[in-house]
Design a protein around this ligand. Structure first.
Ligand code: URA
Length: 455
């Protein structure tokens, strides 16, 4: 540690050299304990952003961030625990359905989730829209819940990867977030701390995702899987479509409500449920409750149809202090009335051809469903519902979306932005696959959806 020379280390990265495991560990440790100041770490991050990090450096950086905090020990929980992470999208309520679903198949799932930032939503904000729901569990409560009900979704405690917390805040203000190795190390330092034995990662790709192109999404998936392999943790990365919002609701309570509908068996062939089953199949197989992902997908259908997944969600809500009545009767939760509707332009007769996820995510933030800075609060019931989706038949005057907000100052601008997010065609558009490909240490496998009906 005493021989750490931050200036030399920054210069080496600036000049494209690979840094050793020991150097990266010493540098991250010194930054976490305050010996290395923000300005030196900022210079390093920019050098890493511009020059990239090789696979070994990304793994060392992950290890250093992971070692800065606690790695939760779930060895007291019987069975193979399988974690899940999404790189973030618009209308992404997958975890709300997936965690209880997989748990109800007998595979324990422990999940640390984040809050929404920018145009992407966060699972913690969504769950907190259920009255009473607590996301600040201690490590002991987190472990107890996995033992008792097989699933938990909580917030990242200060003990988990504190180096990532500090580094992520610095990247946010130094234009260094969008670096694939830095993103991969940040994600994996938290995921490896959760205590699971294997991981399934939803790598989103498209306009509403961090990774806009398939090439970048593939590189991120490969980097994440390689870091998992370095840490003896099997990782399956699924590349999924995020050009279009997932589901027909965007916003915190609107998404919980839609997730409950899916757990009740509605929207079974939607892209949302294709993705849920795609990830569930992998998790159930990794957890040993199915021989292969296809069998896992069949089990996922069964526990939705039997009501077991919904019942597990109810228990999860109840155990984490939420009001289980919202699961039984979602309509009883105080919804904000739609304050505005967006309509199909007069004279249009045909189909929704496309819907831009990024514009819809930004509209949801303007309605109060998301935050622009980490400290803002969110309006739990704000957002968009009844979204028409690509492939829907429409004609002039039909409702394209309903807007909900308690802060309606920019409503005209939001309505215009939502209308502009749509395009129309006379014939049904080609639908792209929701689950595009799967990557493991054995390589890529291209995938197609189970069926293409519904949206
Ligand atoms: N999510 C993370 O956890 N870290 C990143 O760097 C980007 C997305």
């Amino acid at each position: 540690m005493s021989d750490l020379n931050p200036v030399q280390l920054i210069a080496a990265k600036r000049d494209g050299q690979a840094l050793s495991d020991a150097d990266l560990k010493a540098f991250v440790d010194a930054y976490t304990n305050g010996t290395v100041p923000d300005y030196q770490m900022s210079a390093f991050l920019m050098a890493a952003y511009l020059q990239g990090l090789c696979a070994a450096e990304a793994a060392s950086l992950t290890e250093a961030m992971l070692a800065s905090g606690t790695r939760i020990d779930l060895s007291a929980v019987p069975g193979t625990k399988v974690g899940k992470h999404s790189t973030g999208g618009v209308g992404d309520k997958v975890s709300l359905i997936l965690v209880p679903l997989v748990a109800s198949c007998g595979v324990p799932v422990a999940k640390l989730s984040g809050r929404g930032l920018g145009h992407t939503g966060g699972t913690l904000d969504k769950l907190e829209s259920i009255p009473g729901f607590r996301t600040d569990l201690s490590v002991a409560q987190y472990r107890r819940q996995v033992i008792d009900i097989g699933g938990v979704i909580s917030g990242q405690t200060g003990e988990v990867a504190p180096a990532d917390k500090k580094l992520y805040a610095l990247r946010d203000v130094t234009a260094t977030v969008e670096s694939i190795p830095l993103i991969a190390a940040s994600i994996m330092s938290k995921k490896l701390a959760e205590g699971n034995d294997a991981l399934v990662l939803d790598v989103k790709c498209g306009r509403g995702a961090f990774m806009k192109t398939e090439a970048d999404a593939r590189t991120l998936a490969e980097t994440l899987v390689a870091i998992g392999a370095e840490h003896d943790t099997p990782v399956v990365a699924m590349m999924t479509n995020m050009d279009v919002p997932l589901g027909r609701a965007v916003g915190n309570w609107p998404e919980v409500r839609e997730a409950i509908a899916c757990l009740r068996g509605e929207h079974a062939e939607s892209p949302l449920m294709q993705i849920v089953r795609g990830l569930a199949g992998e998790m159930i197989a990794l957890g040993g409750a199915a021989d292969a992902p296809t069998d896992g997908r069949a089990k996922a259908r069964e526990v939705i149809e039997s009501g077991a997944a919904l019942e597990r969600f109810r228990r999860l809500v109840d155990t984490q202090g939420g009001d289980p009545a919202v699961v039984d009767d979602p309509a009883a939760r105080l919804d904000s009335a739609p304050v505005a509707e967006v309509h199909v332009p007069a004279g249009t007769d045909g189909y929704v051809a496309d819907l831009d996820a990024l514009s819809i995510g930004q509209a949801a933030v303007k309605l109060g469903a998301g935050r622009q800075t980490k400290d803002e609060s969110v309006d739990p019931v704000a957002g968009l519902t009844a979204l028409k989706k690509p492939g829907d038949a429409v004609s002039g005057g039909d409702v394209l979306a309903r807007l909900h907000t308690s802060a309606s100052s920019d409503l005209d601008a939001v309505r215009a932005a939502v209308r502009d997010a749509y395009s129309f065609s006379e014939t049904p558009p080609e639908q792209s696959a929701s689950v595009k490909a799967r990557y493991t240490v054995d390589g890529w496998e291209e995938l197609r959806d189970e069926s293409q009906d519904g949206v």
